[in-house]
Design a protein around this ligand. Sequence first.
Ligand code: SF4
Ligand code: SF4
Length: 467
Amino acid sequence: MSISEYFEAKKRLYPQAAKGRFRKLKWILNAIFLTIYLGSPFLRYNRGAGLPNQAILIDFSNSKGYFFGIEMWPNEVFYLMIILILAAIILFFITSLFGRIWCGYACFQTVWTDIFIALEKVFQGDRNARIILDRKNSFEKFYKKTLTHLSWIIVALITGYGFTNYFSDAFLQAKNLMQLNLSASVIGWSLGIAGATYVMAGFAREHVCTYMCPYSRFQSAMFDKNTLIITYDEKRGEPRGKHKQGDSFENRGDCIDCKQCVVVCPTGIDIRNGLQMECIACGLCIDACDEVMEKINRPKGLIRYDTQKHLDMPVEANKFKLLSARFFYYSTILFAAFSFLFYSLVTKATIESRIIADRNPAFVMLSNGSIRNGYNLKITNKTHEEKIFTLRLNSPKDAQIMVQSYNQADENNLIVAPNYTANFKIYIILSQEFLAQNLDNQGLIDLSIIDNKTQEEQKFSTIFVWK
Ligand code: SF4
Ligand code: SF4
């Protein structure tokens, strides 16, 4: 048995262009998302002299991330994880209310596939023209296909280049592009992302949604009878059958089996067979069916966004309600979580200190019998100005503290450059008598660093050992 026998053969789809309100909405959203994607790196935000003024920037060379007034250090990457987890929760929440509208309107795969199919239509014509063209072997096919692929490559390259703008100054990079002076990494990343875009939107298309995307696999677990889904009204549509102009619709359904809902579907399914995993809830079949209903003088909405509850029992009380108890419950939790995240991001500490005790040797006995422990004190200054700190020993009071002379440092003069982590070697000494009277074989030392300018104090503790 060959490996290909384990997989269904790839069926080439020729989605027909749809016309209608959902198609229009999709174009408007596509334009908004592309403008945000390509335009965001050009937004400016003044952070002061010597700092990047790009509002959204991931600065790998300095290991920093910037989002308007928020600055991220590498050790704060957990914030990013929290944001991603919250984004996933929002996605689940939206799915439980509105079904897969993320997939149908906002997912990168959908947006770029839409653009690639539109370009295909520009150069090769709509569905029927494309089917006929693919059957030929002619010069017409060659140049139309070439133009299509060239347009795809241009869109893919713009996409790839747009991505790299998030990692360096977008205006400077635009100037470098004009002068054909892009760095090797920018070229490499642009080509990599462009290649992925070309393959995913040009060839993989609906297979990404059906086979690759894990979200399509578990989305049904978030649906219930009140979720807004794309539905075919079977009660109204069946029994389906061909219909001639002027014929009555008595004793038959409204579906005239024209298959317009199938040919416009970007994933190639027939929604009349019920809700399927492949359906990305794009609404194009609604547009197609509404157009047909208008032509045959039947009410629109044979295919529509509706809830299973309303389909089962079409009464007013079962219609989709946005402002349900579930909506308020989830949105209150999410609002509280985001408010907390935002507050912790804007108030996060700009000074961090960490003390690590020497392990080899853990302690040293001095000639007078006192015990000395050595430590490495790291102070990270995340502000953009030099800071000078005083190191204070809070307890035990009898201990002595010494800072190893380095960079003219003493305990009242720990200088840390802006955007920098400085290391200081410090020693704490306790007399034998004190240790014998007050402690067992290890004790807690409480220390503080105090910003000499603002008098802000940070407390921390460490262990003292002598046995
Ligand atoms: S577009 Fe409407 S009428 Fe035509 S096959 Fe689909 S459901 Fe039936
Ligand atoms: S069935 Fe309708 S809503 Fe679902 S993917 Fe196809 S066209 Fe879009």
